[in-house]
Design a binder for this molecule. Structure first.
Ligand code: IDC
Length: 490
């Protein structure tokens, strides 16, 4: 038994072919779905340069309210690819592209719009798609694809960011209720090539990395982390859990618990926690694939509800190709996503996370063959006294195409020891500041090596406050990190 529902006023108002289609469907199949009036309009705008482009896609729902929507379109040229999308979950199969909504923009009322986007690559020609679908229905309410603007790649200007939506998204986060980095920025997301905060604005996080937890546990106490959060005003604690060298593999439960404790301590102080699965030797991440799956399944389940967690799935792959690293990433990322769908995940790169430069390659291999996952960034590491202009040039070049995160760097040589190279460190940090690339310095520890921020014996003493406990590198880093942050909230 059913009654044929009467078309609503909105259906009648929808008008045109779309409205007529919905009414016809009602007559033959009176299910609730058939009642839905559908319609949409899309404005697709790109900024293009040789080989690359940024697309902004404004989607307007002209039908009944939709939730969990999917936008579809087809690239006219077979050489066009979505490299990194934002504000939606992007997938490409052949030349067909789909973008699925996220929580914050998943509900679009009648007349509501939202803007999503992506960075793309192209060979051949780069024409705009001309037809779009919303939940399978062709958008007949107007498709506007202005001719591409040809602009040079944004080399020295800040990389493209998500333009502010014309109407606020349905669930605009409320203003922050605290002043810590996590209270202000909340759940992070990758937008364009930037790390963005809960308001969709690009930010830079600046902080410190632990040394190996197996050696320096006494450096990470309530007292030391109070100093790191309050005196250094650090935004970030990288939790470096070695896998080998007497690390995780010797006691998985113990190291997992130690990481979780530090995630909580960082959270209690309003700092982000970067969980570093610190692979180093052997350099092939596949050697630790099973351990990585077990570890990340556990920590992502336990920390899914927290807003302060970022996952770094492999520290410094070395002696392996990018395609092996990518294969590893595409196996580990889904394990995390199953528990914690919205966390930012960072993928190591070839040649000790040098974007390939230390192996004579460069970031093109990543741009041409990106990890097929959303909300991810790529790792770059440097040691200022060893890595200079050719590495800086590649970071600057890559930064307009890939989201980068410097999860580790030193002010000294790559051995972790030696004198601070102030000139090179300044050049590096000025560049990262300008590009809004987040960083963590190696190390917040009292190891007897030039990269350590604390003088030997500090951790055993239990007293971390002030500058008398600092090495030259520690004093330099504290000065850089404690300057005011720029965390926009609107
Ligand atoms: C170094 C430590 C050193 C330790 C060595 C081996 O500073 O005390 O004996 O690892 O585990 C990296 C690595 C990082 C290195 C650091 C300095 O990610 O583990 O730490 N470094 O050599 N990549 C480039 C330099």
């Amino acid at each position: 038994m059913f009654s044929i529902p009467r078309p609503s006023r909105r259906h009648l108002l929808a008008g045109g072919a779309v409205g007529a289609l919905a009414l016809a469907a009602v007559a033959v199949l009176p299910s609730p779905n058939a009642m839905a009036a559908t319609g949409c309009a899309v404005t697709y705008t790109i900024s293009s340069w040789p080989g690359g482009f940024t697309a902004s896609v404004a989607v307007r729902n002209l039908g009944d309210p939709v939730s969990n929507w999917t936008l579809g379109f087809t690239f006219p040229d077979g050489g066009q690819r979505v490299v990194q999308g934002w504000s939606a979950t992007w997938q490409q199969s052949g030349s067909a592209v789909t973008a699925r909504s996220l929580d914050y923009n998943g509900t679009l009322g009648t007349g509501a719009s939202t803007t999503i986007g992506f960075n793309g690559s192209w060979t051949g020609s780069n024409p705009n798609p001309t037809s779009f679908t919303l939940n399978g229905t062709v958008c007949t309410g107007g498709t506007s694809t202005p001719p591409p603007a040809t602009t040079p790649p944004p080399a020295t200007t800040p990389p493209p960011t998500t333009p502010p939506p014309t109407t606020p998204p349905p669930t605009t986060p409320p203003p922050p209720t605290g002043t810590t980095p996590v209270a202000i920025n909340g759940q992070l997301q990758v937008c364009g090539v930037n790390l963005c905060n809960q308001y969709g604005r690009p930010i830079q996080l600046r902080g410190m990395s632990t040394h190996g937890l197996q050696w320096f546990a006494n450096c990470y106490t309530d007292a030391s982390l109070d100093v790191l959060a309050n005196e250094w005003r650090s935004d970030l604690l990288r939790v470096s859990m070695y896998v080998q060298e007497q690390g995780y593999e010797t006691n998985p439960a113990g190291f997992t618990a130690q990481v979780n404790t530090l995630v909580d301590k960082a959270e209690a102080r309003g700092m982000y926690a970067l969980i570093d699965f610190h692979t180093l030797t052997p350099g092939d991440p596949m050697y630790n694939l099973d351990r990585a799956k077990t570890f990340f399944a556990t920590v992502s389940a336990r920390n899914a509800a927290k807003k302060n967690v970022i996952y770094e799935i492999t520290n410094e792959p070395n002696g392996v190709s990018w395609s092996t690293i990518r294969t590893y990433a595409e196996q580990v990322i889904p394990v995390i996503r199953a528990n914690d769908p919205d966390a930012v995940i960072i993928v190591g790169t070839r040649g000790w996370s040098s974007l390939g430069v230390s192996d004579g390659a460069n970031s093109d291999e990543i741009v041409n063959n990106p990890v097929r996952a959303q909300n991810i960034m790529y790792t770059f590491h440097f040691y200022a006294a060893s890595h200079r202009d050719n590495y800086r040039n590649e970071v600057q070049r890559a930064a307009s195409r890939l989201p980068l995160f410097v999860t580790e760097f030193g002010t000294v040589t790559y051995t972790g020891d030696g004198a601070v190279d102030t000139a090179s460190s300044n050049a590096w940090l000025d560049l990262l500041d300008r590009l809004k690339i987040s960083y963590a310095n190696w190390t917040f520890s009292d190891a007897p090596e030039g990269s350590a921020a604390l003088r030997p014996g500090t951790c055993a003493s239990g007293s971390f406050s002030g500058t008398s406990v600092l090495t030259e590198s520690g004093a330099y880093m504290r000065d850089r990190i404690r300057t005011a942050d720029n965390f926009p909230t609107s």
